[in-house]
Design a binder for this molecule. Sequence first.
Ligand SMILES: [Zn+2]
Length: 234
Amino acid sequence: MTKQAHVMVITPHPDDAEFGVAGTVARWTGEEKKEVVYVVCTNGDKGSSDPAMKPDVLAKIREKEQLDAANLLEVREVVFLRHSDQSLEDTAEFRKEIVRLIRMYRPEIVITADPYRRYIWHRDHRIAGQVTLDAVFPYARDYHSYPDLIAEGLLPHKVKEIWLWGSTEPNHWTDITTTFDVKLAALRCHKSQLDSHSFDVSQMEEWLRQRHTDMAEGKGYQLAEAFYRQEILW
Ligand SMILES: [Zn+2]
């Protein structure tokens, strides 16, 4: 029997969760003593502009980077689904894979990328977000959705809240003033990505600080992460 978690973070690629929600994750695992599980949908094997980089090598590097970041954030477990980067599709198989994990870990909160961010948005983000929303409601909740999962002992589970990062219409903010530094440290674990986009790490800090300052505007604290959050009442 899998140990239940309070929060399930479903990230399209290694590093998206750190950009989207790491400051909040650090608060959850720290002062709030919540158990957090990461689900990493793809292996990120296309995430390099270096022609000499081998995708299978990159996938291994990125898995290690993701584990290092999760460790810093005191994430309890990281589940790697190892789909190829840029390959996610809204299929019955992928949806069931997510439902299975939701029924195993039985989280109160599921958080992922907002699929409804318009125009330029990575297709894997759009698909992971959409499939997660559908998996949460109604597929994980409904008894008759998957007789074979029931036969395995994976009973229906009702997620209480869905949170989306990358939303253009946020309605919920968390104070990450005290956890910004650990978010930054977690992002620095994704070294292959920082190198690949010739991103100067000191520039990243400045850019990120400004981004989270903007998100905190009018909130009465310095730095925020912003989400679209919905309670699931049905
Ligand atoms: Zn991504």
